[in-house]
Design a protein around this ligand. Structure first.
Ligand SMILES: [Zn+2]
Length: 351
């Protein structure tokens, strides 16, 4: 029986055989398959139409039917650029079998708002977090170096802090226990250095650092990662590999050394839960587990509905058997803040 992930691979391979508009149609369908809420096999079994699935028109539906009726022998292992991605339908199935695991979740630690390239306001993101019963969310808009994503500078970060304070006040007045944390996804250059005045960062609850440039380098990038992990301004390394499904492979490094250093300094590495990122992936998560490094889950939501992406990260951490106490998002708000403060104090002593 073909899973949605198998179908995604067949769709991606088909796109490589096609020409004209079908190339993109199949490519899009492959990417969408990771977000289909139900397995295509169930949909067919229930006599529903496959066209209810995102990016599936009658033509592609017909092709999927043929594959389901007669699974191709050649559905080989995906190439590395498409390997190790979990499909939402599988993530949900797994999480349903381990309900206690998802109940440990208390928040989401990466999201973007209108302050940079997101579509929601802080209040709208907080409203979704409240509906989901979260204890906290971190607002992590891009920093000024990432102009293409509307990165914010120190002055805007200060204005944003005032807005966060206002939202927190109105949440508290409404009787909800939800904290909106001031944070940022700071852009790191390939030397692992940030682009913000350290004083403006010291007012934040958390700082994520991420690479957004020179991501197609083929050589080993261990030094860049060690520098990022050692950067005293950051506590969490965001979407570490920089991979994107069927588009970019992501960077190469001696991950064991990177994770060992993160564990030694008590820093966290992220599972970016965005479906076509899923970064770090399962194989690296297993290494992260053996080194005992802390894991942060961030949806990287750019729209309020994308909070749902957290299931990809929950499923990946569960599959990799990351111990619950290593996951930042399972901590209480007090423990989370005191962890970040501890790292910050240690960092400022060194400077
Ligand atoms: Zn990013």
């Amino acid at each position: 029986m073909l899973s949605n992930a198998d179908l995604a691979e067949l769709l991606a391979q088909q796109s490589e055989r096609e020409a004209g508009i079908l190339v993109r149609a199949y490519r899009r369908a492959a990417r969408s398959a990771f977000l289909w809420p139900d397995n295509a096999t169930e949909i067919v079994a229930q006599n529903r139409s496959l066209t209810e699935l995102h990016s599936v028109g009658p033509f592609i539906a017909e092709q999927i039917r043929r594959w389901l009726d007669n699974p191709p022998q050649s559905s080989a292992k995906p190439p590395r650029i498409r390997r190790d991605f979990i499909a939402l339908a599988d993530a949900r199935m797994l999480l349903r079998k381990h309900e206690a695991w998802s109940k440990l979740l208390r928040g989401d630690l990466q999201m973007h708002t209108r302050w940079s390239d997101g579509s929601g306001t802080i209040a709208q993101m907080a409203e979704v977090a409240r509906e989901r019963g979260y204890a906290y969310i971190a607002i992590t808009d891009h920093s000024k170096g990432l102009k293409i994503a509307g990165g914010i500078d120190e002055a805007q970060l200060r204005e944003q802090a005032a807005e966060i304070a206002k939202v927190n006040l109105s949440i508290a007045r409404g009787g909800t226990k939800l904290s909106v944390l001031g944070s940022i996804e700071m852009n790191l250059n390939p030397r692992g250095e940030g682009d913000m005045d350290p004083r403006s960062l010291s007012r934040l609850d958390l700082v994520l650092g991420s690479f957004h440039s020179v991501l197609r380098e083929k050589q080993d990038q261990t030094e860049r990662y060690l520098a990022a992990i050692r950067n005293p301004q950051i506590q969490i390394l965001g979407h570490p590999r920089g991979r994107i499904y069927n588009y970019r492979l992501g960077l190469k490094a001696d991950w064991l050394r990177v994770f060992a250093e993160a564990a030694r300094l008590d820093k966290a590495v992220e599972i970016d839960c965005y479906p076509d990122r899923q970064d770090i992936d399962l194989s690296l998560l297993k290494l992260a587990r053996t080194e005992g490094v802390r894991i942060s889950l961030g949806t990287d939501a750019h729209h309020p509905w994308q909070f749902a992406f957290i299931e990809f990260g929950l499923a990946a951490a569960l599959k990799a058997k990351i111990p619950a106490e290593r996951i930042l998002n399972f901590m209480s708000i007090l423990d989370l803040k005191s962890w970040a403060n501890r790292l910050r104090r240690r960092g400022s002593r060194k400077r």
